[in-house]
Design a binder for this molecule. Structure first.
Ligand SMILES: [Zn+2]
Length: 323
């Protein structure tokens, strides 16, 4: 009723999350965990990610894009040398990968391609991404996500080989040719059925947590159904999932009604605290349903409740489908 899951389910969820994060589960997907600080370069040696400058003419321009449509995830890369499209590549990621992961893979793969380009005498490169989040994460030295670290290390490695690599955010779908090409490649690849060439399959920890939470709700629902208790509460809230979607006003009065507890005649009678369960209106047993729908002593309050409900687009008598 309070929307707080039973403690047993919360504990089981956390144990499971711990196991998944520490890879103690067999057959589970590897989690995309941050790189431990001890494995990262010293902050003073960390490569700083620089934005492009209008004063530099970049010999190589790379457009990267990611796509996640209908659970299919792909990255596209379009490389231009002296304004000529010289390379188009696409990469497929596991279905559960996030938008950020796919944008970062686009950048990482494009960096890996640089040394393979035929003519790279002028090693100035501009990398364009549609993702502001990705660019911000790359520039933030306190973020040690696996992929941002990989990108940062790769930029460092290429800088030592005399490459100058700068980044820039560009708005998606604004008619920039390279951007459109990369976007098209990303979508093409994300929709291809072939699961063979998946370049990245680490599951984001947020996805693991969400997945476990969903499983917990199913368990919670089953627990509720298998007990005799809380029948009145269940008549108000069809399922745990529905209950969690709304934010009912948890006041003592509201709780008393929807749980069937409280000083109603039917409740007091059940515990032999009153001789008669009949409502003072003498037209029926004083149950929550009677008070909400029938009791003539509450007609004024009912009218106001009904008006509120109808104004919100609901029905009267109200049903659980209205939630
Ligand atoms: Zn009554």
């Amino acid at each position: 009723m309070a929307g707080v899951p039973p403690i047993g389910i919360v504990i089981a969820e956390n144990v499971q999350l711990y196991k998944r994060k520490h890879c103690t589960e067999i057959n589970a997907y590897e989690c995309d965990l941050p790189v431990p600080a001890t494995n990262c370069p010293h902050p003073a040696r960390r490569v700083s990610i620089t934005e492009t400058s209008d004063l530099i003419s970049y010999a190589t321009q790379i457009y990267t894009d990611g796509s996640k449509i209908g659970g299919k995830v792909g990255a596209g890369v379009a490389i231009y040398t002296d304004k000529t499209l010289v390379r188009k590549c696409k990469y497929k990621l596991q279905d559960y990968c996030s938008n950020n992961q796919v944008e970062q893979i686009g950048i990482l793969k494009s960096l890996e391609l640089l040394p393979t380009l035929e003519d790279h005498n002028t090693r100035t490169v501009a990398i364009y991404t549609n993702s502001k989040v990705t660019l911000a994460s790359l520039k933030n030295s306190s973020i040690h996500r696996f992929l941002t670290e990989e990108v940062s290390n790769m930029v460092g490695h290429l800088t030592m080989l005399n490459w100058t690599i700068h980044f820039r955010w560009v708005k998606a779908h604004t008619g920039i040719e390279g951007n459109e090409v990369a976007g098209k490649l990303a979508k093409e690849d994300s929709q291809e059925a072939d699961d063979q060439n998946i370049v990245y399959a680490r599951i984001p920890t947020t996805s693991v947590a969400t997945e476990l939470q969903k499983e917990g709700i199913v368990k919670w629902q089953r627990q509720g159904e298998s007990t005799e208790r809380g029948a009145i509460c269940r008549s108000f809230f069809l399922s745990v999932e529905q209950r969690l979607k709304i934010e009912p006003p948890i006041t003592p009065e509201f709780t008393a009604i929807v749980t069937g507890h409280g000083k109603r005649k039917s409740y007091l009678h059940r515990f032999k605290l009153t001789d008669n369960p009949t409502c003072p209106c003498i037209e029926g047993v004083q149950t929550p349903e009677h008070l909400i729908y029938d009791c003539k002593l509450l007609e004024v309050q009912r009218r106001s409740l009904k008006q509120h409900k109808m104004a919100d687009g609901g029905n009267w008598p109200t049903t659980t489908m209205d939630w």
